[in-house]
Design a protein around this ligand. Sequence first.
Ligand SMILES: [Zn+2]
Ligand SMILES: [Zn+2]
Ligand SMILES: [Zn+2]
Ligand SMILES: [Zn+2]
Length: 250
Amino acid sequence: MTETVHIYAGDCTTTYHSEADPRRQRGRVVVVHKPDDTVLVHDSNGYQPVAWLTRANAVHREQGPEGKFALVAVKDGEQLRVESHGGGERARHDATAAGIPVGVCPTCDGRLVRARGAVTCLDCDTDHGLPRDAAILDSTCDCGLPEMSVERGARFELCIDRTCESLDAAVRERFDREWSCPDCGGDLRVLRERALFLGCENYPDCEGSFRLPDAEVVGECACGLPEIPSDSGDEPRCLDGDCAETPEVI
Ligand SMILES: [Zn+2]
Ligand SMILES: [Zn+2]
Ligand SMILES: [Zn+2]
Ligand SMILES: [Zn+2]
């Protein structure tokens, strides 16, 4: 998603207040005001801002005479005031999140990047949220978007656009009614609340519900549930960590 970054370069006084005494500095600086209301004041040295407030609760701009202005950012007990002394240069620029390049946008030929849990285009509003553990593949879907792999009981390779290829539909097709409820023997359905999970078909009489493994299933436990690789890499274990059928590891 494209947002606007405001930049000002010129002679400014910055005043930072917190519980300690105010800290005042003046110089020819570059002020960066980000869309998330982070305000950074850079001078000529080093990577660190001389004054900043990260994700302020609010940022106000006070317009003064002769093009002078003050930018006031507040957050809980902190306040950063940046006062320009006139002149200088103001600009606004389109900006996006920076991420790992993952391909070319089929809609506009812009660059696709993976950042903040989504694949987004730098040039249009293409934006596809990803499952947290998805890996982007080198392969491309017929629609032109990159494909991803996700492990949910098995490894699924799908388009990153869930309206093009649905992870839920693929998992349902593969695993709906695949396993039985260890509590009542009913079929386990593939369901989604916030995440995909296995829920007993006899709900609400039976409340059996289990997370869908985010790994490839390697077998089936005597209780009816799938077996998954153990974290330690030893013997596979029952999806239900408390399952009585799981042999004690000594
Ligand atoms: Zn695009
Ligand atoms: Zn597709
Ligand atoms: Zn059940
Ligand atoms: Zn079991």
